[in-house]
Write a protein that binds this ligand. Structure first.
Ligand code: SIN
Length: 485
């Protein structure tokens, strides 16, 4: 039955029911907190639910957290915050065990050992999957099932958070679009990223950066917004499947990228920024709107949901080449957060793709993000419960704006803040009515170099002066570069 009281009380409010939000909610509830989980969509429609990648964890005999750290830093192109990466690589294996305890069944080989996949930028097989490329779905399903049985958790589906409720700069809850408010000692934003702001994207339509905008309005800072990862192999030109992701794990099993002459042109398992730009370059040079992925020799049983979806649309990847092109996929930037997910606003936490701890640097290592959702989700859940009660508040503000982008904003981001940018285009984007589009432009203008996912044709080289310098921006739209430890 819908709960239509104007103020709902909880200890912890979690906004977003993807992997990070579900795990933070579970963690807080297991510590005895009353949790209200606010989800704009039914639980099974979040970006995590659609995630095909897995969790990166150094589990192989020939692997180690040090090697995982090294690969993360190499992929991140001199911008990875070491303390965040160390946390991730050291906690990843424990997270896999914890998820299994919660009912997630990861794929195993015929000897019963965890099956480890290879993805771009990883020097070892290190990615655990569930159901091949159905990892997000399996994990989200298992966590949701546990969560809905917990009497301490209330789930509000179809509820849109629009703004933080703050009193004297302290967050005391969150205000929903329908005028209700959740009052809580801690609010955790886990609304995913903003890649659906770009016209061509792998993300579900709700990935519009709403959590970033809520935090910004509450006084938090955003960082590294110029770094948007473009996935190299999103389907194009197949009816009903525009932007559908063909997981990198398929290239890990040997699928090849081909140009119009059927020639390979890149190491398919190089870090993602390199592969995406190589695809882009070949498309430009050969006048194409896509290249081709050859996965004809890959066992279809390994990736049932990719093969099934393509076959449903009339393309059989076991016998035909798959037309692919880059699409906006993942925001390395987000709300500045410490290693407990705390933003600079007391009582307000951010996790998953909404946050920016500096972990992903300028180019995220494949499958580090799902691991991050659990590592930081768990820590934020713990920290939220430990927070002192919020001051009494009885008068929530009215709902805020939802900031739905116009199609022109989405086109402008793709055009001016796509794989290759320059000052002229970014200056145009800076005039866009959408606040996040403007901030992307402002950060990208300030970074006068090329690094990772941010390539400026007018500054094509990486500049060492920007090593470990994060572009931090607030609602005053002024960028300050910071070094984080
Ligand atoms: C993929 O499976 O290719 C995407 C996963 C990720 O973004 O890490």
């Amino acid at each position: 039955m819908p709960d239509d009281r104007p103020i709902l009380d909880a200890d912890v409010a979690v906004v977003g029911a993807g992997a990070a939000g579900l795990y933070a909610a579970l963690t807080a509830a297991r510590r005895g907190a009353r949790v209200t989980l606010v989800s704009a969509t039914p639980l099974a429609q979040t970006a995590s639910y659609w995630a095909q990648g897995g969790l990166a964890a150094a589990l192989a005999i020939d692997d180690s957290p040090e090697l995982h750290l090294h690969d993360t830093e190499v992929a991140g192109r001199g911008l990875v915050r070491r303390s965040a990466a160390e946390l991730l690589v050291n906690e990843a294996a424990g997270i896999v065990t914890r998820l299994e305890e919660l009912g997630v069944r990861f794929d195993r080989d015929r000897h019963g050992a965890l099956a480890l996949g290879l993805e771009g930028g990883h020097s070892r097989r290190r990615v655990v999957h569930a159901g091949g490329s159905a990892t997000g779905r399996r994990v989200a399903r298992a966590l949701s099932a546990t969560l809905v049985q917990d009497p301490r958790v209330t789930v509000l589906e179809g509820a849109h958070a629009t703004r933080a409720w703050t009193v004297d700069g302290r967050c005391v809850g969150v205000v929903l679009a329908d005028g209700r408010a959740v009052r809580a000692r801690a609010t955790i934003l886990a609304t995913g990223g903003a890649a659906a702001l770009w016209a061509r994207t792998t993300n579900p339509p709700g990935s519009l950066g709403i959590g970033m905008l809520i935090a910004l309005e509450a006084g938090a800072k955003l960082a590294d917004l110029e770094f948007v990862q473009f996935h190299p192999t999103a389907v194009t030109g197949v009816k009903g499947r525009e932007g559908f992701l063909v997981t990198e794990a398929i290239r890990g099993e040997g699928a090849k990228l081909l140009d119009k002459d059927g020639q390979r042109f890149v190491d398919e398992l190089a870090p993602r920024d390199e592969v995406a730009r190589a695809v882009w370059r070949v498309m430009r040079e050969q006048g194409l709107d896509h290249v081709w992925l050859d996965m004809r020799h890959i066992d279809p049983a390994l990736f049932p949901n990719v093969v099934g979806a393509l076959r449903e649309s009339g393309l059989d990847p076991a016998t035909e080449l798959v037309p692919v092109a880059p699409a906006a996929h993942f925001c390395m930037g987000g709300v500045v957060a410490d290693l407990h997910g705390a933003s600079s606003v007391e009582g307000l936490f951010v996790i998953g793709e909404t946050s920016c701890t500096g972990l992903h640097g300028a180019n995220r290592l494949a499958s580090n993000s799902l691991t991050d959702c659990f590592v930081l989700g768990g820590r934020a859940g713990d920290a939220a419960v430990a927070l002192p009660p919020a001051p009494r508040a009885d008068d929530p503000p009215p709902p805020g704006e939802l900031h739905r982008p116009e199609q022109s904003t989405r086109e402008a981001l793709w055009r001016y803040a796509g794989l290759v940018r320059d000052r002229e285009g970014l200056e145009r984007l800076r005039e866009d009515p959408h606040p996040l589009a403007r901030l992307v432009a402002i950060c990208a203008l300030a970074r006068e170099e090329s690094r990772g996912a941010h390539f400026r044709s007018d500054f094509p080289e990486q500049d060492r002066n920007f090593d470990h310098r994060h572009a931090v921006v607030g609602s005053d739209e002024r960028v300050v570069f910071e070094t984080w430890t």
